[in-house]
Design a protein around this ligand. Structure first.
Ligand SMILES: [Zn+2]
Length: 416
């Protein structure tokens, strides 16, 4: 009985430490102990104990005192903020156009990142993971030298991921049925694998695992939105009330394979006329007559597409408008099904947006069932570059936010 009681108290303390950190992250700017107590519903005495533990463990630091009336902790009140240069998460990504890593500080700054651009179709997984391992090792040594604690790692992949470490397939890489734990870098960093759209969506949630600036956010920490990742493949993710809805198997949001035209082009999934065959990066480049080369997935061709379209090339425009119509139709259906009115565009279509985002928004608005009372918003990604890498680093950091006890030896000692 005594042991069970101890375990429960430890779990409760860990839960409360996590709540304190989540509250501070969600708020976006420093909060005093009294404000934290008020926002969490915890007692002031409990808040004093919890914040002392977090300060001792160098998670939080006391900022310059401000005058806060009725703080109950004596005046002036002392705001608490996360300690920078101490806690980091690492994101790894293998995508259709290259691979790399990104390290994120809990304060929200990018510590270090590296990306190799390369057409990845039919590459050898073992070779690519070995390359990624070689890239990341000096970064890990750098973190150690700088006194960082690496909290966790996420791995973003352009395919269906089952559980933490099984890639069922990534057709645009030509990879199938891979146990990712066979790769040294995945094992060493305890990296959890995710579909790239899911982590790119997480990167849009303010305060998910890093400090954010509420004044510049386009979304709130508890907002709902549909995230669309547009690359060679088109992926999607649903975030409801600030939480990713990955679905029963983690496969939710695969909108790239919604059929737009039953008589359309053959898709990598085996069907015909999927959204990807009209609005995917390779499909657009090929329809615009730029190349049908086996390396048509390379990013340079997409940049060529954008520049041709901007210069008034009619074939490029026709390709883009056919893609836009397909995207509009699918997104209107998605809005109808999930009843979420905000869409965040990432990847190629966010680069194309400009005059297209209002057109897309107006088109979806016209096609949805609840048009009279639903106001659709189409936004572009708040993280313009490598949002999946940023999200993967965030899920690494989130391991610390959700399970702080293993990182806080001080807390353990105090609990005994
Ligand atoms: Zn398909």
């Amino acid at each position: 009985m005594a042991r069970m009681k101890t375990i429960n108290q430890d779990n409760l303390r860990e839960h409360n430490l996590s709540i304190v950190m989540q509250t501070l992250l969600g708020h976006g700017s420093p909060l005093s102990r009294a404000q934290l107590a008020q926002k969490t519903g915890l007692t002031k005495a409990a808040m004093s104990l919890l914040t002392d533990m977090l300060i001792q463990a160098q998670v939080l630091q006391q900022m310059a005192p401000t005058s806060e009336p009725n703080s109950g902790f004596g005046r002036p009140a002392t705001p608490l903020a996360f300690v920078p240069h101490r806690w980091a998460g690492i994101g790894l990504q293998i995508n259709t156009d290259g691979y790399g890593y990104l390290i994120l500080d809990i304060s929200g700054t990018i510590v270090r990142s590296e990306w190799i651009s390369k057409a990845m179709i039919d590459t050898d997984p073992a070779t690519i993971f070995a390359e990624l391992d070689r890239m990341v090792r000096p970064a890990e040594a750098f973190l150690k030298d700088e006194g960082y604690q690496l909290c966790g790692a996420g791995l973003a992949l352009p395919g269906l991921v089952e559980g933490e470490n099984k890639l069922l397939f990534a057709r645009n890489l030509g990879w199938t049925d891979l146990d990712l734990s066979q790769f040294a870098v995945v094992r060493r960093l305890h990296a959890h694998a995710y579909n790239e759209a899911n982590v790119a969506a997480i990167a849009q949630i303010p305060g998910f695992a890093t400090v954010h600036d509420p004044d510049s956010d386009q979304l709130g920490p508890s907002d709902s939105f549909i995230f669309i990742s547009t690359d060679v493949g088109i992926g999607g993710a649903l975030v409801r009330d600030g939480h990713l809805e990955a679905g029963q198997h983690g496969f939710a949001g695969e909108i790239g394979h919604m059929q737009v035209d039953p008589h359309g082009a053959h898709c990598t999934c085996g069907r015909t006329g999927c959204l990807e065959t009209l609005a995917g990066r390779r499909a657009l480049v090929e329809a615009a007559g730029i190349t049908t080369h086996e390396h048509s997935a390379e990013r340079t061709f997409a940049l060529d597409l954008i520049s041709r379209w901007q210069q008034g090339d009619s074939q490029a425009a026709a390709a883009i408008y056919a893609g836009l119509n397909a995207l509009t139709s699918v997104l209107a259906s998605v809005v109808n099904v999930v009843d979420i009115d905000t869409i965040v565009l990432g990847g190629l279509w966010s680069e194309l947006s400009g005059s297209l985002a209002p057109r897309l928004q107006a088109g979806i608005q016209d096609q949805i069932i609840g048009s009279a009372s639903v106001k659709v918003r189409v936004l572009t990604s708040a993280v313009p570059e490598h949002s999946a890498l940023v999200g993967a680093a965030q899920v690494g950091l989130r391991q610390f936010i959700d399970h702080p006890r293993q990182f806080l030896p001080q807390a353990e000692r105090k609990a005994e």
